[in-house]
Design a protein around this ligand. Structure first.
Ligand code: GDP
Length: 710
């Protein structure tokens, strides 16, 4: 039977880590008593050290699950230490440190909550302690005061009630100098254990009453307890002196307490001696607790085995149903996720082939090209002349007005010097950033925001490092086109086709817009009235500013004038704005139609020699060349580099950087994996517990003699 308690204490802590459900609990000793009854002093005497928070101001606000583990003595005090498993602080050998930590953990409970039912897990390893589990609860409040409101009294009672349930053993601490009738601890225990089958009374401060009266209490005649009362004197005298002598080091107080008790009980042998039937002394209490806990544990063995068996079967079933018995580890999840990341990356990089990049760049340049055409040609009043020139097939390129030749050079230079290097690099970089974002927003990365941050950060860093170089390279490579662009016949043909498509699209866009406005203003009749009206307005405005200009030129003093107030009963100001837009689209439509006709004309079809008359074709060819060259170099300078570097950074920064803890944390960020791991761990723990329980049950069968047959 020797190791039963110890084994079951181990099992108990595993079960506690699985869940807090009552059915899976092995008995523990629950310590209750009113404030100042000497509860802490008793616990410290059992442990042999002062380590509990002291003071009047409600020092215990949370239950302390105190697990004592008898461990072999080591040189010095090495075998004696405390541990807070939940905090991961490691072994603490300084008892003052343990006390400080307990104070902090208690103070962390917000004042308005008064007490919390979240237990503090503290394990104490020492050669001087027995294997025991004790739960220290906040002391009962007897007198409500200003800083200890009525509500607190209630909360503490409720908390204690929860813990004194079966199968726990109740340690009811009462001071000898207080009438037992007033002991809240006894009152509470009697409610749940009227016969005292699982309640031990501890009478503290025996030194404060007459020995006879003290002995009388211990007889337990007034409030009989099956497990009896133990009297103690837990205030060691002269401890202050010892401590002062040793400085800050805290000595083991067991000896001092025992001496004190020996002195006191020895001096009153007639009441407390061997011949009397009462139990006295901390040492007796300790042995009593061990015995009671052990037999309680032993009798719980069967019921707990059954409960665990049921729980295990349920868990195994769930594991089978939900995961088909497939096991996961945090490590395998991380590895899988990284593989997935690389695969997704690879898949998405397929969108970055050279032709695709080229056509994207061309799209960007087409926009620039249209802007330039609008700026230089469509708003030019002579643009009709450009068209009429072309209608005469006899016109030779050399006859073309130098005005148009000059315009073409300007347009071409605007296009080649528009910052193609910078813009194209930026465009591809934006594409790559979007690619990363696309990966990051999908499963399972949406569960890992911090990891996503890191991926985004290092991918951006790779890009940043290359961006400048790539832009310069591209700019450098397109440099020749800034001086001269040679156009071959073949290029002219495709350029003309593409320009035509571009113009048709633009034409369609203008038409759509007009249809939209027509619907908005209420039909084509109303639209043409509106257009006419807006035209007159514009004409008036033009005349007005013209006459102002003449007056200014003539040296007249001219006042600042605001715009003409629009007084219109036919159209509201909003509609007039629509009209302005409609007029602009109509004008553009006129030019576009004209130019489209020109593009289809013989002159434009004939070839590059008519470039000045067909700027659209020429510029299209230029844009094509720019796109081609840019794509070529971006591929080398930016894309290849990124595609090579990114997977390597994943390995070095994401994978090999993580320690075990981080890996576990990462895996648990994913709720599906967390649920899977939880259930799996639960199953493993229950299996382990079941195995251990089974071996204990078997052991006991061997030890106990088989019941004799009559
Ligand atoms: P708790 O509030 O129930 O934890 O009580 P403490 O253990 O802090 O004790 C309250 C006060 O009673 C302290 O001043 C202790 O020194 C004192 N005390 C505890 N046990 C004894 C004892 O056996 N005899 C005497 N005379 N005083 C004691």
């Amino acid at each position: 039977l020797m190791h039963l308690t110890r084994k079951l204490i181990e099992i108990r802590s595993i079960l506690l880590s699985i869940d807090q459900s009552d059915s899976l609990k092995l008995p523990s000793i629950v310590v209750i008593g009113s404030q100042s009854s000497g509860k802490s002093s008793v616990l410290e005497a059992i442990v042999g050290h002062e380590f509990l928070p002291k003071g009047n101001n409600m020092v215990t606000r949370r239950p302390i699950e105190l697990t004592l583990i008898h461990s072999p003595a080591k040189e010095g005090n090495a075998g004696e230490y405390g541990e807070f498993p939940a905090l991961g602080l490691g072994k603490i050998t300084d008892w003052k440190e343990i006390q400080k930590t307990l104070v902090e953990l208690n103070q962390a409970v917000p004042a308005e909550e008064c007490v919390s039912d979240k237990p503090i897990d503290l394990r104490i390893y020492s050669p001087h302690v027995p294997d025991l589990t004790l739960i220290d609860l906040p002391g009962y409040v007897q007198i409500s005061s200003l800083d200890q409101p009525e509500e607190l009294k209630e909360k503490i009672s409720t908390l204690c009630d929860r813990y004194i349930k079966e199968p726990n053993i109740i340690l009811a601490v009462c001071a000898a100098n207080v009438d037992l009738a007033n002991s809240p601890a006894l009152r509470a225990s009697r409610k749940v254990d009227p016969l005292g089958l699982r309640t031990i009374g501890v009478i503290t401060k025996m030194d404060l009453v007459e020995p006879e009266a003290g002995a009388n209490i211990l007889q337990g005649n007034r409030y009989p307890l099956h497990l009896g009362y133990v009297g103690v004197v837990c205030k060691p005298t002269g401890l202050a002196g010892v401590r002062a002598h040793l400085g800050s080091e805290r000595p083991n107080i067991t000896g001092a307490v025992m001496r004190r008790e020996e002195d006191y009980f020895g001096a009153h042998r007639e009441h407390f001696g061997r011949s009397s039937s009462v139990m006295v002394g901390t040492d007796t209490l300790r042995k009593r607790l061990m015995d009671v806990l052990e037999s309680s544990m032993a009798s719980s063995l069967h019921s707990i085995s059954n409960a665990v068996q049921l729980e295990l079967e349920e868990t195994q079933y769930q594991f089978k149903v939900q995961y088909n018995d497939r096991r996961v580890t945090a490590e395998s999840y991380v590895a899988e996720t990284v593989d997935q990341l690389k695969a997704k990356f690879k898949e998405l990089t397929q969108q970055f082939t050279k032709p695709q990049i080229r056509s994207k760049l061309k799209g960007m340049l087409d926009e620039k090209l249209m802007d330039i055409l609008e700026q230089l040609y469509w708003s030019d009043k002579r643009v009709e002349e450009l068209t009429t020139l072309g209608n005469d097939p006899k016109i030779k390129p050399e006859d073309v007005d130098s005005y148009w030749r000059y315009k073409l050079d300007a347009a071409s230079s605007l296009l080649t010097k528009s910052g193609v290097g910078r813009d194209s690099t930026q465009m591809v970089a934006d594409g790559l950033r979007a690619l990363i974002e696309n990966i990051a927003s999908g499963e399972p990365f949406n569960y890992h925001p911090q990891t996503v941050d890191r991926i985004v950060q290092f991918s951006h860093a790779i890009l940043r490092e290359r961006l400048g170089v790539a832009a310069d390279q591209v700019e450098n490579c397109i440099k020749p086109y800034k001086y001269e662009v040679e156009v071959e016949d073949r290029e002219w043909v495709t350029g003309r086709d593409k320009a035509q498509v571009l113009f048709e699209e633009e034409l369609k866009m203008c038409q759509d817009k007009l249809v939209e406005i027509r619907k908005k203003v209420g039909g084509s009749r109303r639209l043409s009235n509106l257009l006419e009206y807006v035209r007159t307005l514009e004409e008036q405005e033009r005349q007005r500013s013209l006459s102002r200009l003449t007056r200014i030129k003539a040296g007249e003093e001219v006042e600042e004038e605001g715009p003409v107030a629009i007084e219109s009963y036919r159209f509201s100001p909003g509609v007039i704005i629509d009209g302005g837009q409609a007029l602009a689209y109509t004008n553009r439509l006129g030019v576009l139609k004209l130019r489209l006709a020109a593009l289809k004309s013989k002159r434009c079809k004939s070839g590059p020699e008519n470039d000045a008359l067909c700027p659209e074709v020429f510029l299209n060819v230029v844009a094509d060349k720019l796109a081609y060259t840019s794509a070529l170099f971006l591929n080398i300078e930016l894309l290849d580099h990124f595609f090579y570097q990114f997977p390597r950074e994943i390995d070095s920064r994401l994978m090999y950087d993580l320690d075990r803890k981080e890996i576990a944390k990462f895996a648990r960020e994913n709720p599906n994996i967390r649920a899977h791991l939880d259930l799996q761990e639960r199953k493993d723990k229950l299996e382990e517990v079941m195995k251990q329980l089974q071996s204990l049950v078997n052991l006991r069968k061997d030890i106990q003699p088989a019941p004799r047959r009559a």
